[in-house]
Design a protein around this ligand. Structure first.
Ligand SMILES: *Cc1c(COP(=O)(O)O)cnc(C)c1O
Length: 385
């Protein structure tokens, strides 16, 4: 990528990351080896999680979480209307139906009261999303879940390194499971990769089995006497959702930098916050739940395109001309043809619609310099007139 082009997000790979992958390539195991367990242990340590199961991507992590939660046909799963497709699709993978919940138009976070109003006899789970890296109101979600006996799966793909007042996202203090993604735009990368964290040993064991074809080798769990060391049994339907040792070697090396990466994202976000106070028609996304600390996966702003008199596509194109690449996170999922075909109401989510109409993600990644932030704000000021 040319030096003068700023993408909305990108990975930071150092020589020691490269050396770690090369070392793994020379090892005895390219997959299902000891580096996977080491990566899981390091992630557990970083997050204060009791159990971590690493998988091949964040979407597989969501699928695995829904499967081991026992969700299936006839079940409804509450998901925010404004999120990445995978948050809703994972319910469909297991035959359940996502039920869309509106979001706060300023923070984009799930509206817990609206969620409560949608609970019915088929509701079995809720998947809140820590959008942009800002934790949702987890105690409120937990209270709702306890009232109705719901499983809570946090989609924490944006929130590695985020905190609430009394927990670290991923420690599952308020949830049954949390899922992470290690896609290159996320906080740390393994190329493709994901993980599920949980405090519940039974879920962790089920996740490990689900990750690899539903195969069981633990002698204590076998239904039949084992005739020899080659023996395994399949008790449930699983997949090949394994992550490789090469990926986990990169992940281990990247994890040593997590605190630095998150701290730098917060510094850059604070600089944006300060500089943007002078740009009219542009407002950083609302901070969200009191007492929480965002991990700033994204730096999103609300732009009043109507007041500025320019459509978003024109602003995006003008910024691109100046070497600044922006993105829109996200198109409300109930407007997707796949979901309207299934009966979703594309107009039924005024909070998500309002959030989507004005949102723009500006470049934010830890390798950015202070001057890059200044340049983005100057370009925005110029383009918006
Ligand atoms: C990135 C992301 C995912 C999926 O992760 P992949 O690793 O790309 O499969 C799920 N949910 C959200 C909110 C994400 O941003």
């Amino acid at each position: 990528m040319a030096d003068d082009i700023l993408p909305y997000g990108r990975q930071w790979i150092d020589e020691d990351d490269i050396a770690a992958v090369v070392e793994a390539l020379r090892g005895a195991y390219l997959t299902t080896g000891p580096t996977v367990a080491r990566f899981e242990a390091a992630l557990a340590e970083a997050l204060g999680a009791a159990h971590v199961v690493a998988v091949c991507n964040g979407t597989a992590a969501l699928h695995a979480a829904c499967a081991v939660a026992g969700l299936g046909p006839g079940d409804e799963v509450l998901v925010p209307a404004l999120t990445f497709l995978a948050t809703a699709n994972c319910a469909r993978y297991v035959g359940a139906e996502p039920v869309f919940v509106d979001v706060d138009p300023r923070s984009g976070l799930i509206d817990v009261e609206h969620a409560a109003s949608l609970v019915g006899p088929k509701t079995r789970a809720i998947i809140p999303v820590h959008l942009n890296g800002r934790p949702v109101d987890l105690p409120a979600i937990r209270a709702l879940a306890d009232r109705h006996d719901l499983v809570v799966i946090e989609d924490a793909a944006h929130a590695l390194g985020a905190q609430t007042a009394d927990s670290t996202i991923g420690d599952c203090r308020y949830s049954d499971m949390a899922i992470f993604s290690f896609h290159p735009v996320k906080h740390v990368t393994t190329g493709e990769g994901g993980a599920i964290t949980t405090a519940k040993p039974k879920l962790a064991a089920a996740l490990e089995v689900f990750r690899s074809h539903g195969m069981v080798r633990d002698p204590a769990l076998l239904r039949h006497a084992s005739p020899g060391p080659w023996y395994y049994e399949q008790h449930t339907l699983g997949y090949n959702y394994r992550i490789t040792d090469l990926q986990c070697a990169l992940g281990l090396s990247q994890l040593t930098k997590l605190d630095r990466f998150v701290a730098r994202r917060r510094e850059l976000a604070a600089r944006y916050d300060q500089l943007l106070t002078t740009v009219s028609g542009v407002e950083p996304v609302a901070v969200g739940t009191a007492g929480t600390r965002s991990a700033y996966h994204l730096y999103a702003v609300h732009v009043d395109f109507a007041a500025i008199g320019q459509p978003r596509a024109q602003v995006v194109a003008a910024l691109r001309e100046l070497g600044i690449l922006t993105q829109v996170h996200y198109i409300p999922v109930p407007t997707q043809p796949y979901y309207t075909d299934r009966g979703a109401d594309p107009l039924g989510y005024p909070g998500a619609t309002a959030y989507y109409e004005g949102i723009l993600s500006l470049p934010l990644f830890p390798a950015m310099r202070d001057e890059d932030v200044d340049r983005v704000v100057a370009a925005l000021t110029q383009v918006l007139g």
